[in-house]
Ligand binder design. Structure first.
Ligand code: MOS
Length: 764
């Protein structure tokens, strides 16, 4: 993975004129403090308008007919009865020329499907749609549409899909594209010479994003201009996608996404629901709302793919890693996606000999999509457990073992890091967690056993240009920050406002943010890849600095002093040496005439000779009931090097949120496909278990480790959202091993699995 965002499939504009990085901040007065979100009141009081809250006069509601079979061909669709039902205003099927839209496209494969493809490759695939006056009428009409299917044999298991003679989902083979391979050193001879070698197979279950706000859009046309309110991580990605499929100039498509209730990677791209809403709105000349149901959100908007990972690891007797080998087979689902399971095996630890091979396989199930650190938690599950096993084999403490294998450069890219806090994450995390003490619980009597585990992590992608920000300062000392990014719940808006406050010396409460609207804000890449702060905060800083420069020039001519002798304090400009001689913004003559100072900031490129990556180490303490197989998490500690802490409060939120998601991956989350029908049988919030407050330990610690990165970008921040969830599950599994001496290699760690493994251990 390089600096091209993995989730951006179209070309992105290049930042016009990047400002070179200004000096790093030394002392900060706003940045780094604990600050509640600027929109906290709106979010908790219900006054924030999320896309699902948008209601327009004369609005219609749309609903989608979905294929009930895992694999089928649509022979015919009869909409006659549905079209005559009360309230029904329009019906769309594959026969409609407007719906002839190619779908699921990658650079390698090109489009492999259509908006309504007669070849349905999973249970839940779109077949037709209806728009009606009320949602109830739309759903009644959906049920009145008769589809004649030819059922086809299906395959939902990756191993079976790879066998010759398997059901073919696209063309000949179910391999999505040639496996991606990476190799350095001489792996085979290194294993032969290693003092200790461990080989293990790991499996991870498919996980569903389940954001609070379901996927959906409201679409409205004014003549040839389309406006869409979309629950999305990136309004410009949706604008580009819509312009492309509807063959419109980008300027005729406006996408607004001021709030969105979570996406975790499943809302980075244009969804079929958005296109269907837009087509209906054009057809009926009325606004159309199309939000999926919770059940649909389990089937057709993405997942974290299941994996089968075979790993082999070798070390010398004194704990030097000698070789790592990882082969992964991931379930792409019915259409191509992408995941990066082997990245950490190739880069996290110092290891001269590495071999990684990754294969994506089509199966008859919902498509994989980016999911909070795509592939990394799965890779971590294998890598961090096999290292635990290896440390056990050579009789070395797992923290110590990791500390013996810290690289100083990115071996994968053969370049130094701009900064690396991996060592500090392990050392400071272990200290805060009281690792040594926690490990001494081992061997306690009784049926409740305690154990502690560790796992480290690295995130693979760092943000960079393009990013553009606009700051407008008014004479009353208030300002407007105009930026294209979406705040996907992480608090990005707050961080960006804090950057403006820091540079301009005005209170956060006087800064208004205008964002995530393609009609009124500059281009931004989608909020994903943990890159929003490192990609966009530097542009915001540059814009604020531009305003400040202009402000000081105005004051310089009025005060007859060089700008370099002036400073900005609290809504006024003053000589640095004589703060009492200050002139308020409102008293600057030139500012009075102009009434606004506009600064435009761009993101400077990343240093070409270095690699920027966030690092982490997490620690878990668990209690395992050997009679029931239940695992209780007692404590979690997340030590993170994500560069500078921009807002301590939202930083802690991300670490706790990421670890909570990791608990779900470790203990409860699993898509279950029925073997007889290929259908998902737990597509609801009752049967698909995500962690609740009851599953999160009371004792959660966040240990920020700031390596003072002055090279990556002008604010010193690296990404945090995704690293926070990468190592959690592996740390929990290692803690379970420490507690009961059995290793659970397959997620989730259910009580049944634990009891089976304990029974097998007892039988010897
Ligand atoms: Mo992310 S998985 O790039 O939202």
């Amino acid at each position: 993975m390089d600096n091209k965002p993995y989730f951006i499939k179209t070309a992105v504009p290049v930042t016009p004129e990047p400002r070179m990085n200004p000096e790093p901040w030394e002392q900060t007065s706003v940045v780094g403090k604990s600050m509640p979100r600027v929109d906290a009141y709106e979010r908790v009081s219900g006054t924030a308008i999320y896309p699902s809250d948008v209601f327009l006069p004369d609005m219609l509601y749309a609903a989608i007919v979905r294929c009930p079979f895992a694999h089928a061909k649509v022979k015919s669709v009869d909409t006659t009865a549905a079209a005559k039902m009360p309230g029904v205003r329009a019906v769309l099927t594959a026969d409609d020329p407007a719906a002839d839209i190619p779908w699921f496209s990658t650079e390698e494969t090109g489009p492999v499907s259509k908006l309504f493809d007669p070849h349905c490759r999973y249970a839940g695939e779109e077949v037709a749609a209806v728009a009606a006056d009320t949602p109830q009428q739309a759903w009644d009409a959906v049920r009145a549409i008769t589809v004649n299917y030819e059922e086809l044999p299906f395959v939902t298991d990756t191993a079976a899909a790879l066998e010759s003679g398997s059901v073919a989902i696209h063309g000949q083979s179910n391999v999505v594209m040639p496996p991606s391979k990476y190799e350095r050193g001489n792996v085979d001879s290194a294993f032969a010479q290693s003092g200790a070698v461990v080989e293990m197979t790991f499996r991870t279950s498919c996980e569903i994003h389940t954001p609070m706000e379901i996927h959906g859009s409201v679409a409205k046309w004014d003549g040839g201009h389309l406006t869409v309110w979309d629950s999305t991580q990136g309004v410009f990605a949706i604008q580009q996608g819509l312009a492309q499929v509807l063959k419109l100039p980008m300027s005729h498509v406006r996408v607004i996404g001021h709030y969105m209730g979570g996406g975790f990677g499943s809302k980075l791209e244009l969804g079929k629901y958005t296109v269907i809403a837009a087509l209906f709105a054009r057809k009926t000349a009325r606004p159309v709302k199309l939000f999926l149901t919770r059940e649909e959100s389990y089937l057709c908007v993405g997942n974290r793919p299941s994996t089968t990972i075979v790993m082999k690891a070798g070390a010398t007797k004194d704990g030097q890693l000698t070789a790592l080998q990882l082969t992964n087979v991931a379930a792409a689902g019915a259409y191509p996606g992408g995941t990066w399971v082997g990245s950490q095996a190739a880069d996290l630890y110092l290891c001269p000999n590495v071999r990684v091979e990754e294969t994506q396989v089509y199966i008859n199930a919902g498509v994989e999509r980016a999911f909070r650190a795509p592939g990394f938690p799965q890779g971590s599950w294998a890598l961090e457990q096999i290292l635990d096993e290896l440390s056990q084999k050579i009789g070395m403490d797992p923290v110590e073992f990791r500390l013996k294998n810290i690289p100083s450069i990115s071996q994968r890219q053969d370049k130094p890091y701009t900064s690396t806090g991996l060592r500090d994450c392990l050392v400071k995390g272990a200290e805060s967690f009281e690792w040594k003490k926690a490990r001494s619980h081992t061997g306690a009597d009784g049926h409740i056993r305690k154990g502690a585990g560790v796992a480290a992590a690295q995130w693979g992608y760092a943000g960079g240009p393009p990013s553009t920000a606009i700051v407008k300062l008014f004479p009353d000392g208030s300002a407007n920050l105009n930026i294209g990014i979406s705040d996907i719940g992480t608090g990005s808006k707050t961080v960006m406002v804090m950057v403006v406050a820091e540079e301009l010396g005005i209170p956060v409460g006087k800064i208004e943010i205008e964002h995530a609207d393609t009609g009124t804000t500059p281009f931004a890449t989608p909020s994903g890849g943990s890159k929003t702060v490192p990609a966009d905060a530097p542009a915001v800083r540059a814009a604020a600095m531009e305003v400040k420069k202009r402000l000081l020039e105005m004051a310089s001519s009025q005060l007859h002093m060089p700008a370099s002798d002036l400073t900005v304090i609290n809504g006024a400009v003053a000589p640095a040496a004589a703060p009492d001689k200050k002139v308020s913004f409102a008293d600057l003559e030139e500012f009075k005439l102009q009434q606004v100072i506009v600064g435009i900031g761009y993101r400077a490129p990343n240093p070409a000779a270095k690699v920027a990556k966030p690092f982490a180490a997490q620690f878990a303490e668990v209690e395992v009931n050997t009679r029931t197989g239940e695992v209780r998490i007692l404590r979690l500690t997340g030590a993170h090097d994500s560069g500078r802490v921009m807002n301590l409060l939202t930083y802690r939120n991300q670490v706790f949120g990421g670890m909570t998601m990791g608990i779900g991956f470790a203990l409860t989350e699993r898509r279950i496909l029925d073997a007889n029908t290929g259908k998902m049988v737990n597509a609801n919030w009752h049967d698909y278990k995500i962690p609740t407050a009851m599953d999160v330990p009371n004792e959660c610690e966040c240990v920020p480790v700031d390596p003072h990165d002055t090279e990556y970008n002008s604010v010193g921040a690296k990404g945090l959202g995704e690293p926070a969830t990468i190592p959690t599950a592996a740390a929990i599994a290692n803690a379970v091993f420490d507690a009961i001496g059995v290793r659970v290699t397959e997620t989730p760690i259910t009580p049944a699995r634990i009891l089976q493994l304990l029974a097998a251990k007892e039988r010897g």
